[in-house]
Design a binder for this molecule. Structure first.
Ligand code: SF4
Ligand code: SF4
Length: 144
């Protein structure tokens, strides 16, 4: 049965891509549990209402790397991840503050982003060499 109200999520733009590749890896147990809940809502049949950000979001909220509301995973990380957010927004033709339902966002990402573009978008991310994100997006595109 359709829920009375959709869950609302604040998601930074590059995390749209990360969610396609999520397979239970992350920075801590709390991070993984939180991200699993968010990913489940994002891809659920009824979806969630999503507001796009270029700063810390619902996924960062449980990340041990947040310091004073910014990503401090390494030197220069906050600027790097914001730049990644901006790249993804530009590719999707969207802007920070835009609100969409998650099924529409899932379709948009699958239409506009190719797995082969991830090395450029995600340069420097420690998870890129693992390959799950390209694989997840590719599998989704093939399964449509
Ligand atoms: S490579 Fe990193 S930034 Fe890119 S989608 Fe995967 S986890 Fe996210
Ligand atoms: S590493 Fe940075 S951008 Fe990624 S979840 Fe943690 S705080 Fe957010």
């Amino acid at each position: 049965m359709q829920p009375a109200t959709r869950k609302r999520l604040e998601i930074r733009a590059h995390h749209l891509l990360c969610m396609f590749g999520f397979k239970g890896l992350g920075y801590s147990r709390a991070f993984v549990d939180n991200m699993r809940t968010i990913v489940d809502s994002f891809f659920s049949q009824w979806g969630a209402e999503v507001e796009l950000l270029t700063g810390c979001d619902a996924i960062c909220a449980a990340c041990p790397h947040v310091r004073h509301g910014k990503c401090a995973a390494e030197e220069g990380a906050d600027l790097a991840v914001r730049t990644r957010d901006e790249k993804v927004l530009a590719m999707l033709g969207l802007a920070a503050g835009d609100r969409l339902d998650s099924p529409s966002l899932v379709r948009l990402v699958a239409d506009k982003v190719q797995p082969s573009e991830l090395p450029l978008i995600c340069a420097g991310c420690q998870w890129l060499p693992v390959g799950y994100c390209q694989e997840g997006l590719s599998n989704f595109q093939r399964g449509r």
